[in-house]
Design a protein around this ligand. Sequence first.
Ligand code: HEM
Length: 475
Amino acid sequence: RTILNGVRNPLNKVPGPLYALFTNLPLKLSVITGRRVHFVHTLHLKYGPYVRIAPDEVAVNSIQGFRQIHGIGNGFTKSPWYQDMVLTDRPGVFSMTDPKRHAARRKLFARPFSKTHIREHWEPAVRERIELAVSSMRKEAASTMGGCIVDVMKWWTFMASDVSSKLMFGECFHTLERGEVSDYMRVLANVLKGAGIGAELPVVRQVGKMLPFQAAQEFFGGNEFLDAYGKTAVKNMKASGSSSRNIFANIMAEAEKGERLDDRDVELEAMGLIVAGTDTTAFSLTYLIYAVLSRPRLQQQLEDEVAALPEGYRDADLEALPLLSAVIEETLRLYGAAPGMLPRMVPSGGIDLDGHFLPDGTTATTHSYCLHRDPNLYPEPEEFNVSRWLASTSADDKYRLSEAGKHAFSPFGGGSRSCLGVHLAYMELRLSAAEFFRVCRGARLAPSATAACMEMENYFIISPAGHKCEVILKQ
Ligand code: HEM
């Protein structure tokens, strides 16, 4: 009967490599070696927009498919992978799979994460960290023997983790002042690695949990250290002074009106938001600097644009700058930090997507990495070309963004599960890029910042394979 069901499986009609009928091992291998987006992209290039990548998983790379999968109310839910991945005793806004519970939680967060609210309450704090990050880069460059070399990825990561800790916990880690990763972020990184391995290879997690080493416990065990820190978020949420205020104080004001968060929810959401909002922003920014410094003419035009800003400019002024905005959009198209899998379960009863029937139990997964590299949507897709996003200059008309290209642009996901922190992320990207190109005019890529160093490694988010991006600052 099993063989018969296998033979009759409607997924057999979806194109794909033969092995995908029987095994997910090649896919898993690509995940654990940090190659998933590249693996899936190669399969799309060979087999088209619908590819069976595992016995029960189909990768979808069409606008229509993306819209159906991520469209609000279409019945697709986040796959259980999200809860395997986070492995907390209860789900938060990122990992909830039940649409009703998620909608109630998301409603609570909507206003505190709106553009107006983020600017009104947090712009000065974010700006202060960004200015310190750029001045720290300059200071470090001045003290480097014979080179003026700095690793921008390191400083953007410090900046983003300081911003996250201030907003979520109400207490900044002061990583920028210390010049080294905080204990919290170090432990969190290990826990995340363990969760990633555990989600793909549960047996490794089971064995790891039993090993009597601290490192194994940090990777695979529950984490008292992180839990204790989460209590800081609760304490500061309840504090009356404004200096220790965090975003949960704003969220609780919303909670008065309906759905509530208890203390454990706040601890877990704070941790989840730090995970979602730190490396994503830092790595996107790192690629932005790399992409611009790789194009000296573009660099000069951008430096000129931001140099003309008045002193004391605000984020709202930056939003009106055409080149800065185009650079950010083009960075997010090619190097948005979360371009990998967004796995969703098909609704009960199965569904027809673009003529492919996907039965119950199938995971339908989109990757904006692949959608953003479709030549029918973005001519010469591998080219970093800001004219896609600028008003027409007839010479560049062939790159002009089509309506289809606009619809396919999805660096922040889609529908009801799109990025909650999108306005904070854009604000950090704008303020950081403007500050960097105003203060560090004439910066150049260091010899170490090669294509191989910047090759994208993909462990859910993407990061440079060389784990750094060194640039030379002009003194
Ligand atoms: C450039 C930076 C960022 C990028 C490229 C990015 C990208 C994304 C993407 C693609 C998703 C969808 C994930 C999925 O469906 O599995 C997502 C979700 C999410 N992001 Fe971001 N993100 C960024 C920054 C942030 C920041 C700064 C925060 C908050 C502090 C944040 C919080 C979240 C949360 C909470 C979700 C889950 C939303 C839900 O399921 O309702 N992100 N992000």
